[in-house]
Design a protein around this ligand. Structure first.
Ligand code: FES
Length: 188
């Protein structure tokens, strides 16, 4: 049965109804705002490793100047950086190795990546023969990283930027490069 004409007319909301509606909207907005900080923090944790990978390479502290005697013989050092762990935050762990060398009487430090440019094996130093050798496919390099023919490596060992801090600390700009190609191209 159809209602009376008065019943079908829509009545405007009363002041109480309006207040109730506004209170519900306000609660909804406040609830949404409250979830933002944890959401942003979560996103930061998830995206941080990507940001760090894509960003510029960092200078990482490797050792102190007295640990690299000025006798022209390269010394090997482990490069350590923070890895982001989902449960414990940042964990320091080895990410590679470098050879540091000081020529006689020099305060300058030269750095070579210990990663072989041929296929990524670890290059070893042969102190007796005064050269580097890669055990995987017998590439040989001079002490300043130059390639010795015949070697399968398509290029010399990769030099790295290196600086001696005023405190005597040595920092190396750690980068990985593409292997198996003649050009020295930073791995992205
Ligand atoms: S990986 Fe070093 S010679 Fe092949």
């Amino acid at each position: 049965m159809a209602g009376s004409p008065e019943e079908s007319v829509k009545r405007p909301p009363t002041p109480d109804q309006r207040r109730g509606f506004l209170a519900r909207m306000l609660a909804l907005v406040c609830g949404g705002l409250a979830t933002l900080p944890p959401l942003v923090a979560g996103l930061w944790v998830v995206l941080d490793p990507l940001r760090r990978q894509g960003g510029a390479a960092a200078f990482l502290p490797v050792t102190e100047l007295p640990s690299v005697p000025d006798d022209g013989m390269p010394r090997q050092f482990t490069v350590i950086d923070d890895r982001v762990d989902a449960w414990t935050g940042f964990v320091a762990e080895p990410i590679g190795a470098v050879y540091l060398r000081r020529r006689p009487g020099s305060q300058q430090v030269e750095a070579l990546s210990a990663t072989c440019p041929h296929a990524g094996c670890f290059v070893e130093i042969d102190k007796a023969a005064r050269c580097f050798r890669c055990p995987c496919h017998n590439s040989t390099f001079t002490l300043d990283g130059g390639i010795v023919a015949p070697s399968p490596s398509p290029r010399a060992m990769d030099s790295l930027e290196c600086r001696v801090e005023p405190t005597g600390g040595i920092a190396v700009k750690w980068q990985n490069f593409l292997t198996g190609v003649a050009a020295k191209v930073v791995k992205s």
